[in-house]
Design a protein. Structure first.
Lengths: 473, 160
C-alpha cells in the first residue's frame, strides 16, 4: 500500500497533474481493458436484450410487410430489402411478450440478422446502441431470469450499469429452421415480385434421402426366400454376440451387401458365423480406412477438405471411440492447420482403459514422423518421435462411455468412426440425440465409411470427395 | 474421466489401504464405468472435489467390512459401528483422497477437497451430482481385502 501511495504522489509531483485529470486517466484505462465482443442492444417490452454484432447485417425501419398466409404467428411476412426478399420475424410474438397495438403506417424497427446464408428481419421495440464488452464477462443465464426460453439465451452481461440479455441468434433460428424453411418455401410461392430471386433461399436437400438408400436393400431381398432371411438374421445375432456389432439402420445397407458377398464366398451351407474368427472375417471390410493406424497423406487431405469455414475463436471437437489416439492426434494436426487462429479442443473418449490411458504417451513411428505429420512432431531423448506439447495440449483423453451422460460443451465437429455400430439400438438413439443437442448450428458429424445417418431429418448429407459429412439442417 | 486422473486414485488407494491394514493382502479389481454414481453397499464415505474438476469421491463398503477395517485401524475390536468407527472410516477416506490430490497436484492439476462425510444406512441411495438431473458417470476402482470389498467410486466432470 505504501509504495503505491508514494509512487502516486511522485507522479503527481513530477507531472503536476490535478486530481480531476487523474480520474479521467483512470477511466480511460478502464475503458481500454480489452473489448473483444461487440453487441447491438435493443429492447423488447421494456427489457434490454442484445445480439452479437457480427450477426447483424444492418438496421432498418420499415412499415409495410407483405403478409404471408398460413405462416406461424410470429412471421409477420416478407419484406423487399433492396431486392432481397427476407422473412420478417416479430421477436415479441416469438417470445410471447405483449405487443402494443401498432398504428398502421407506423414504421417498425428492424434488425437484419444473418444466420448462415439466410437473412431475417427481426422486429423489436427500440434499437439502442452498440456496446463493446469483454467476452469473459458474459455470464451464463440463470433459469429464473428471463421470461423467454432459456435455450435461446447465450448469456447475460452487464455494461455501464445496464444488464443485457444476450440472445443466441444461431439457436433461435436453427431450432426453428425446419419450420422456417417450410415457411420460406411457402413465402416464395406467394411473392409475386422478383420471382427470379427464389433460388437463393431454397434449401438444397431438405432431408437425408432414405428413400434412395432403401431402394438398394429392397433389391437385396433374397430371391431364395425364407432360408436366406433366417441365415441373415442368424448372422446378425452372431455379429452381436461375438463382436458386439449391432446391425441397425446406421449400417444395414453395408451389412446386407456384405451378406450377399459372404454367401457367394462361403456357399449357403457355410454362411453362418461359427466363431469369433468368422465374425472378424465378415467385418474385415467394414472398418474405415486408416483405422487404428497413422493416417496416409491422401486420407488426411480428404478429411481436411471436410472442415467448413469457421472463424470462431474456439473450435471444439468430440471424438468418441478414439482408441489408441491415432484419430485424435491426426485430427489435432489437421485442425491446427485449418484453423491456425483458433484455440482447438478435442474431447477424445474410449471405453478401452488400456488404450486410452496410453494415448497421451504415444510415440509416432518414424515413417509417420517423416510424412505429413512432420511439422507436428518432435524427437524425444531416446530418439523416438512424439507430438509437440502444443498438439498434446489440444486433446483431452478420457476413459468415458459415451452411452452414459456426456458432460461436454457444444461442439463444432463430431468425429465418430465405426463406433455407433458397436452400440445397441437404444444407445445409438441416445447418442444421436446427443449429437443433435451438442452440435452447433454450423457443425458437422463424420461417421465411419460404411455407416450412415438415416431416418433423422435433422441431418443433411453431403459428399466431399470420397467422404461423407453430415451437417445440421 | 480424464485418463491422467485415474492412475493417482488407483495407486494411492491401493497403497494407503495396504498400509493402514498393516500390510494385509489387497487385490485390485478391474476398473469399470458405471452410468450412475449410486453407492449400494451400506457405508459410504464421501469427499467432495473442486478446482479443475467438480464432483466427488465415494468409498463404498458393507457395514461389516467397515467395522472390520475400523477395528484393524484402531487396533481394537469394535463391537458396533459407533462414532469411533465412523470417524475412522471418514479418516481413511480423507487420507486416500488427500494424497491422491497431492499426487495430481504434482502432475499439474489443481484439485481442492472438502472434509469427508459419512453415510451409513442399509437402504441408501445417493443421487447424481450437478444441478441437472442427469446422471454423471462414475469410475469404479474395486479393492478386495481379507475384510471385504471396498469400491472407490469417482464421479467427476471437467470444469469447461
Amino acid at each position: 500500500m505504501d509504495t503505491v501511495n508514494s509512487s502516486a504522489t511522485a507522479v503527481t509531483e513530477s507531472k503536476q497533474i490535478t486530481p480531476e485529470t487523474i480520474d479521467i486517466e483512470k477511466e480511460k484505462k478502464e475503458e481500454m481493458s480489452v473489448i473483444d465482443f461487440k453487441m447491438i442492444t435493443f429492447s423488447l417490452a421494456g427489457k434490454d436484450y442484445a445480439i452479437d454484432i457480427m450477426k447483424v447485417k444492418e438496421i432498418a425501419k420499415a412499415g409495410r410487410f407483405t403478409y404471408v398466409p398460413n405462416a406461424l404467428p410470429f412471421v409477420l411476412g416478407v419484406y423487399n430489402l433492396r431486392g432481397d426478399i427476407i422473412p420478417i420475424i416479430d421477436f415479441r410474438i416469438f417470445f410471447n411478450i405483449e405487443v402494443a397495438e401498432k398504428k398502421s403506417g407506423d414504421l417498425e424497427n428492424l434488425l437484419i440478422v444473418t444466420v448462415g446464408e439466410q437473412s431475417f428481419g427481426v422486429v423489436v421495440d427500440e434499437i439502442d446502441s452498440v456496446v463493446g464488452i469483454q467476452k469473459s464477462t458474459i455470464q451464463p443465464p440463470h433459469p429464473l431470469f428471463g421470461d423467454i426460453n432459456i435455450k435461446y439465451i447465450y448469456g447475460v452481461v452487464e455494461s455501464n450499469k445496464h444488464l443485457y440479455i444476450l440472445l443466441d441468434i444461431d439457436r433461435i433460428f436453427t431450432s426453428r429452421m425446419t419450420d422456417k424453411k417450410q415457411n420460406s418455401a411457402a413465402m416464395q410461392k406467394n411473392v409475386f415480385v422478383h420471382a427470379e430471386r427464389d433460388t437463393g433461399v431454397m434449401p438444397v436437400s431438405a432431408k437425408v434421402q432414405p428413400a434412395a438408400k432403401s431402394a438398394s436393400p429392397a433389391a437385396v431381398a433374397p430371391a431364395s426366400g425364407n432360408k436366406n432371411n433366417k441365415d441373415y438374421s442368424f448372422v446378425v445375432s452372431s455379429l452381436e454376440e461375438f463382436k458386439k456389432f449391432y446391425v441397425t439402420d446406421v449400417n444395414e445397407e453395408w451389412v446386407k451387401h456384405r451378406f450377399e458377398e459372404w454367401v457367394k464366398e462361403r456357399g449357403t451351407k457355410g454362411s453362418q458365423l461359427q466363431n469369433e474368427e468368422d465374425a472378424d472375417n465378415f467385418l474385415k471390410s467394414f472398418w474405415s480406412k486408416n483405422s487404428d493406424a497413422w493416417w496416409s497423406k491422401e486420407y488426411a487431405d480428404a478429411v481436411y477438405k471436410l472442415f467448413p469455414d469457421n472463424s470462431a475463436k474456439q473450435i471444439v471437437v468430440w471424438n468418441p471411440g478414439c482408441g489408441k489416439g491415432y484419430e485424435s492426434y491426426s485430427l489435432a494436426c489437421l485442425l491446427k492447420k485449418r484453423y491456425p487462429e483458433s484455440k482447438i479442443r478435442i474431447y477424445a473418449h474410449d471405453i478401452d482403459l488400456l488404450n486410452v490411458s496410453n494415448a497421451p504417451l504415444v510415440s509416432v513411428s518414424t515413417d509417420a514422423a517423416n510424412s505429413w505429420y512432420a511439422p507436428y512432431v518432435t524427437k524425444k531423448a531416446n530418439g523416438e518421435y512424439t507430438f509437440t506439447q502444443e498438439i498434446k495440449d489440444i486433446i483431452m483423453f478420457e476413459y468415458h462411455d459415451c452411452t452414459n451422460t456426456n458432460a461436454i460443451p457444444v461442439v463444432d465437429i463430431v468425429f465418430a468412426r465405426d463406433i455407433i455400430s458397436l452400440m445397441p439400438k437404444t444407445a445409438q438413439n441416445a447418442v444421436f440425440d446427443d449429437f443433435e443437442e451438442k452440435v452447433k448450428g454450423n457443425g458437422i458429424v463424420i461417421l465411419g465409411e460404411n455407416e450412415a445417418i438415416s431416418n433423422r431429418s435433422t441431418w443433411g448429407e453431403k459428399m466431399v470427395g470420397s467422404l461423407v459429412v453430415y451437417s445440421k439442417q | 474421466m480424464r485418463v491422467e486422473y485415474i492412475n493417482p486414485f488407483v495407486e494411492i488407494s491401493y497403497k494407503i489401504l495396504k498400509e493402514v491394514l498393516g500390510g494385509a493382502d489387497v487385490k485390485r479389481g478391474n476398473l469399470y464405468l458405471k452410468s450412475t454414481a449410486m453407492p449400494v453397499m451400506g457405508v459410504a464415505a464421501l469427499v467432495g472435489l473442486a478446482g479443475d474438476v467438480e464432483g466427488r469421491v465415494l468409498f463404498d463398503m458393507t457395514e461389516e467390512t467397515a467395522l472390520k477395517i475400523a477395528s484393524k485401524m484402531n487396533n481394537e475390536d469394535l463391537p458396533a459401528f459407533d462414532d469411533l468407527a465412523k470417524a475412522t472410516i471418514s479418516e481413511l477416506a480423507n487420507l486416500i483422497t488427500a494424497q491422491a490430490v497431492t499426487k495430481l497436484h504434482e502432475l499439474g492439476f489443481k484439485f481442492d477437497l472438502t472434509p469427508p462425510a459419512l453415510f451409513a444406512d442399509k437402504q441408501m441411495e445417493i443421487a447424481a451430482l450437478g444441478n441437472t438431473s442427469e446422471n454423471v458417470e462414475a469410475l469404479i476402482v474395486p479393492l478386495i481385502t481379507e475384510y471385504g470389498k471396498i469400491e472407490i467410486n469417482v464421479a467427476i466432470r471437467e470444469r469447461t
